[in-house]
Ligand binder design. Structure first.
Ligand code: SAM
Length: 321
């Protein structure tokens, strides 16, 4: 399983700006937002995608931006105060369909998902996302979320921890990490956990390009935020919301996300999902998406030179039929 190359957000900090979205140019090029349209940024973060969408749709268009993190929405209010054609929604994008339904937004022409963490979340030790900064074992994108990394680390059984580190982190030393965590409990900080992980993987077997705690932290974050469940539901909602010809773009940062997007787009582009041996169709499934490119779009050399941490990013785009 690919894991994020290093501990990073998709929007590494740029001094003076705070964020640099990855794959922004190809995302906007493929979504083709144009003046007067209503479009959605499902992941506001630092606002780079929202800013580009606002520019493209112009004053006669409308942008609706989601973030489940109230701090991101607070920043958005400050950054875009007085921008009357931007609607901010502090909600999980898994509820994109009911949230937009209750706002009566009309036809949606494009929806962007730029997954993962923002650099501001990662850089704040109090959020507990970083293994290189000391903070509480939290990792919630939404601070009102029910479970924290601490709940999992301190309360789950050893086999359940091992299964989680393997399933969502691809950690081949999952059983040893889980045993070391259970032996060291209670744990309260990110550094404590990082040191336990480092100590449970033989030095000679540390992964070459990433910190040894990367996979464990990724697994915890995915579970704490139910990232894959939210993504599946959010994409289905987005497909339902888009008008015919409307475009959907998703930027992901590890293979679990990218595989989910790839498979969901693939099935949504099929006219029949009956088993291949079945002589006639009984599923009544109809294609909802068209994919011009089946392959994911990756950062080009110039983007990688400017920002080597964009290496794991993948963009997939599809069009509503
Ligand atoms: C990588 S950042 C987005 C960066 C943004 N495109 C920019 O240009 O700065 C991801 C953001 O999405 C938010 N997010 C992640 N999963 C979410 C979800 N299920 N619902 C709503 N927001 C989510 C995170 O809180 C974070 O602020």
């Amino acid at each position: 399983m690919d894991v994020m190359e290093k501990e990073h957000s998709s929007t590494p900090e740029v001094p003076g700006q705070g964020h640099r979205p990855v794959l922004l140019h190809p995302l906007i090029e493929h979504l083709q937002p144009s003046p007067g349209q209503t479009v959605v940024d499902a992941t506001f973060g630092g606002g780079g995608v929202t800013a580009a969408l606002l520019e493209a749709v112009g004053p006669s268009g409308r942008v609706i931006a989601f973030d489940r993190d109230p701090e991101a929405i607070g920043r958005a209010r400050a950054l875009f105060s007085g921008v009357s054609n931007l609607t901010l929604v502090n909600a999980n994008f898994r509820n994109i369909e009911p949230e937009l339904g209750q706002r009566g937004t009309g036809p949606i022409s494009a929806i962007a998902f730029d997954l993962g963490l923002s650099s501001l979340q990662l850089a704040d030790p109090a959020r507990g996302f970083s293994f290189s900064l000391d903070g509480p074992l939290d990792m919630r994108m939404d601070p009102y979320g029910k479970i924290t990394a601490s709940t999992i680390i301190n309360e789950w059984s050893q086999p359940d921890l091992a299964a989680l580190f393997w399933r969502y982190g691809g950690e081949r030393w999952a059983a040893r990490v889980a045993a070391a965590v259970v032996a060291a409990r209670p744990l309260s900080t990110t550094r404590e956990l990082a040191v336990i992980v480092e100590g449970s993987i033989p030095r000679a077997k540390w992964p070459p390009r990433i910190h040894p705690a990367t996979r464990t932290f990724q697994a915890l974050r995915i579970e704490v935020n139910d990232e894959l469940g939210s993504l599946r539901q959010g994409l289905q909602g987005a497909i339902n919301l888009l008008m015919p010809g409307g475009r959907l773009g998703v930027i992901s940062f590890h293979s679990l996300e990218d595989n989910l997007v790839k498979n969901l787009f693939h099935v949504a582009a099929l006219d029949c999902i009956c088993p291949p041996h079945q002589p006639f169709c009984t599923c009544a499934h109809r294609a909802l998406l068209f994919q011009e490119f089946r392959k994911a779009i990756r950062p080009d050399m110039s983007e990688l030179e400017r920002n080597p941490r964009a290496r794991s990013a993948r963009l997939r785009v599809a069009q509503r039929i």
